[in-house]
Each structure stands twice: as structure tokens, then as C-alpha cells.
Design a protein. Structure first.
Length: 278
């Protein structure tokens, strides 16, 4: 059954969503973006069927918000009167408490459905020109229902499978943000802090897999991640405190030449990782 999909923001995630919809479904895809060159490229390469407008919003079956958190909220606020009652609005933001504090209320006031969403996929490069239909292959798709009806949740689940996702996780905004602080935000903090060492500029010839693994996500969109970090400050600061304490314990063991303690700390990390089967 054909559906009209409106994607707001054709960056890496929005562009990849559009390309995946065109590659794996027969849905009509309309794209909205402030960059006219991106819109032109998206039409020319077949990522979208047309440039979206207010009339497309009025007839949309699903609207995917692929902007920064505050921009997503602003877009819905300014277009809420156009969104039909049978439409599902969902987002792709990396934090949920802030989003879910606003958009379900707007949805209820205007009669449409909002469901939080988070595709757990990405790459070091940003923007539409880095987007690809296969970005979500095997990835996890997180759904935050926010009180939405089961039928709407099931529809997004079915669509996620069509787009190549490997599975879905249904959770609350609070638990989502707690886990994302650990699995996504903390590694980005660590990578940025790591490459700030003066030694980083001289790493060539001295580095291999360990350097690449730890530093990879330091290629960061600082504007986006600043917003994500501060919107999730409670959970992120808690994870930072845990990391700093663990690093301090190892530092003190090294500084004091306490081999027994150091071995125990390193062994503890190894056993945790092995216990996960990874």
C-alpha cells in the first residue's frame, strides 16, 4: 500500500531515510530542507520524489523529523495546524526526554500521533552527500511510544524492517537517555578528549587499531553534539563521573606502582567484556 512520507531535514540520517524508502519500498517520499542545493541533488539522484511543501504535510501519512532537537520542536510548533489527524509524526533525535516533553503535548492538542524514534546508525561524515540507503542495515531502531496507540507503533516497526533495521527496542524517554549517555555520548566525549593530547599530532607511524578505534568518532558535528550533550546533561554527567572515577583508580595504581591493584582493575574490565560475550 502506497504511503506519503515527508522527511524534514536531508542530512546524513534524513538523506539515508529517503534513499532507503526509495530503495526498499514503493512509498512516495517528499523532502524538506533549507538547503536548495541538497533538495535539487535529492531529486536528481532519486532520493526523493519531490520537494515537499505545506500541501504535502497536509496529506502526509508519516512525517520523519531529522533535524536537531530544538529545530524539530520548532518545526512541529510552526506546522502543527497542517498535520492531519491520521498522520504519525516521529523523530530521529539522539535524545528523548527533551523531545518527549514537548511533541506529545502538541500532538494531542492538534489530534495527530507522535512517537519518538532513534535509528542507531551513523558514520563519521555528515550531510546528505554522505547518506546511503544501506546505512540502517542490521541496526537497532529505538521506539519511544509516548502514549501512542499500538497500531501506530506496529506500523513504525514494520517500516523499520523494510528499511533494513535488524530489530526494534521499545523504551521510555528516561531509560533511552540513560543508555544513550553510556553507549553513544560518552564515547564521543572520550574520543574528543583523547585526541586533545599533544601526542596526537605525531601519531602516524606509532598507531594502529587501538588509536583508530578510540579516536574514530572525534570527527564530530560540534553544533549537534553540544545540543545533545546539554539536553541530556544529567545522564551524561553521571556517566562521566563513573568514567573519571575508574580512570582515576587506574591512574593511581600506575602512579603508585601498585601492580596487584592494577592487575585487578584490568582483570575486572576484561571479565565484564567477556561476560557480555563480546
Amino acid at each position: 500500500m502506497d504511503k506519503k512520507i515527508v522527511i524534514v531535514g536531508l542530512g546524513l540520517i534524513g538523506g539515508s531515510m529517503a534513499k532507503a524508502f526509495k530503495e526498499y519500498t514503493d512509498y512516495t517520499v517528499c523532502g524538506i530542507d533549507t538547503d536548495k542545493n541538497v533538495l535539487k541533488s535529492a531529486v536528481e539522484c532519486g532520493a526523493i520524489d519531490k520537494i515537499g511543501n505545506n500541501e504535502d504535510i497536509k496529506s502526509a501519512d508519516i512525517i520523519y523529523l531529522c533535524l536537531y532537537p530544538k529545530a524539530d520542536i520548532d518545526f512541529v510548533n510552526s506546522h502543527a495546524d497542517l498535520i492531519p489527524s491520521n498522520c504519525i509524526v516521529t523523530d530521529t533525535c539522539g535524545i528523548k526526554s527533551e523531545i518527549c516533553a514537548h511533541l506529545p503535548i502538541i500532538a494531542k492538542e492538534h489530534g495527530f500521533t507522535f512517537i519518538g524514534g532513534h535509528p542507531m546508525a551513523g558514520k563519521e561524515k555528515n550531510g546528505f552527500y554522505a547518506s546511503e540507503a544501506e546505512l540502517f542495515s542490521g541496526a537497532s531502531y529505538i521506539i519511544v511510544p509516548c502514549g501512542a496507540p499500538r497500531k501506530a507503533i506496529d506500523l513504525l516497526t514494520v517500516i523499520s524492517v523494510k528499511l533494513g533495521f535488524g530489530g526494534t527496542v521499545i523504551t521510555t524517554p528516561e531509560h533511552h537517555d540513560r543508555m544513550i549517555a553510556f553507549t553513544s555520548q560518552l564515547p564521543h566525549v572520550l574520543a574528543c578528549a583523547y585526541v586533545m593530547s599533544p601526542c596526537c599530532k605525531e601519531h602516524v607511524g606509532y598507531s594502529a587499531g587501538s588509536y583508530r578505534d578510540v579516536s574514530r568518532v572525534a570527527n564530530i558535528n560540534e553544533k549537534l553534539w553540544t545540543e545533545l550533550f546539554t539536553d541530556n546533561k544529567k545522564s551524561l554527567v553521571k556517566e562521566l563521573d563513573i568514567l573519571i572515577n575508574n580512570i582515576t583508580d587506574i591512574k593511581n595504581a600506575v602512579e603508585n606502582c601498585d601492580d596487584n591493584l592494577l592487575r585487578e582493575l584490568l582483570k575486572k574490565g576484561r571479565l565484564i567484556k567477556e561476560g557480555l560475550g563480546e
